[in-house]
Design a protein around this ligand. Structure first.
Ligand code: FAD
Ligand code: FES
Length: 255
């Protein structure tokens, strides 16, 4: 884990309030793995904001982050221009335990939960299928990026303005019925993750979920991001999303 000032090499708006950053961050890019995150300084705020790493290029020394403006801190970050830099600490947490690239992966994203799945999809390339749920067509992000990885991409929208009219879990169910699937990687709201975990269990497919909790330190010191987990004996205990996760085997999560 290191602290690095990452120059903003590119910044693009993907949808209302959602920005994609290409950052020069050679130190973090060298060791980062799919599903890990960085803590980003928000100008004027003491606490950093946790943002998942969307893409990693260790050769070029770059990272891609995708950030949605939710409150004051993310609004302050979004106000930075291309001449600025982002102060990062990372890579943090445990990411996805990636299966062999030849195995068939299903990546399931809910809204801003999609970015952390991109590096996992890149690992599996044409053997990855990505399904993602959004409010409406105007909120759909990263379609080109996912398709450029060689993965298939299908969306579900709440209002039916793009793709399947309904829940992303409808697409998960259909995919599991029609396609060989060795592993599911999922990130999004808790109800979506719970439903995906149940479908995976029903079909006997390994499932890894990336959880989100409010965070302060992001490295296990403040005990602010507690989550209830099962240990290997099936006994309940509390872990921390920032240090023990954010990615957990679905069967370890107390839903
Ligand atoms: C592991 C992880 C990865 C994430 N990856 C992304 C990502 O790739 N893209 C993205 O847009 N968002 C991501 N988030 C959510 C993002 O961290 C919050 O939207 C952001 O911290 C909100 O900050 P704010 O100042 O705008 O909001 P405020 O509500 O003003 O924040 C107040 C405080 O609460 C914390 N907080 C608020 N909401 C969250 C939250 N959902 N998760 C954690 N801390 C929160 C803030 O860090 C801050 O300390 C991630 C969260 C986690 C835990
Ligand atoms: S955010 Fe401090 S322990 Fe997880």
């Amino acid at each position: 884990m290191i602290q690095e000032k990452a120059a903003i090499m590119g910044r693009r708006q993907l949808s209302p309030g959602v920005y994609k950053y290409l950052l020069s961050s050679p130190g973090i890019a060298r060791t980062a793995a799919a599903g890990q995150f960085v803590q980003v300084t928000a100008p004027g705020f003491f606490l950093r904001r946790p943002i998942s790493i969307c893409r990693i290029d260790p050769q070029a020394g770059t990272l891609v982050l995708v950030m949605e403006v939710r409150g004051q801190g993310t609004a302050a970050i979004a106000g930075l221009g291309s001449e600025d830099s982002l102060d990062l600490i990372g890579p943090l947490g445990h990411g996805f335990a990636l299966k062999d690239a030849a195995s068939h992966a299903l990546c399931v994203g809910g809204g801003i939960g999609l970015p952390p799945l991109c590096q996992a999809a890149a690992h599996h390339g044409a053997n990855a299928a990505v399904v993602a749920g959004f409010r409406s067509a105007s909120a759909v992000i990263l379609a080109d990026e996912v398709e450029n990885l060689g993965a298939s991409f299908a969306v579900a929208t709440d209002d039916g303005t793009a793709g399947h009219h309904g829940l992303v879990t409808d697409l998960v169910k259909k995919h599991l019925e029609e396609n060989k699937t060795d592993v599911i990687y999922a990130c999004g709201p808790m109800p979506m993750l719970k439903a995906v975990a149940a479908l995976a269990k029903e079909k006997g497919v390994e499932c890894q979920v990336s959880l989100e909790e409010r965070m302060a330190c992001g490295m296990g010191a403040c005990l602010g991001c507690a989550c209830a987990l099962y240990d290997e004996k099936g006994e309940q205990h509390y872990g921390h999303v920032c240090k023990d996760g954010p990615v957990f085997p679905a069967e370890r999560v107390v839903w």
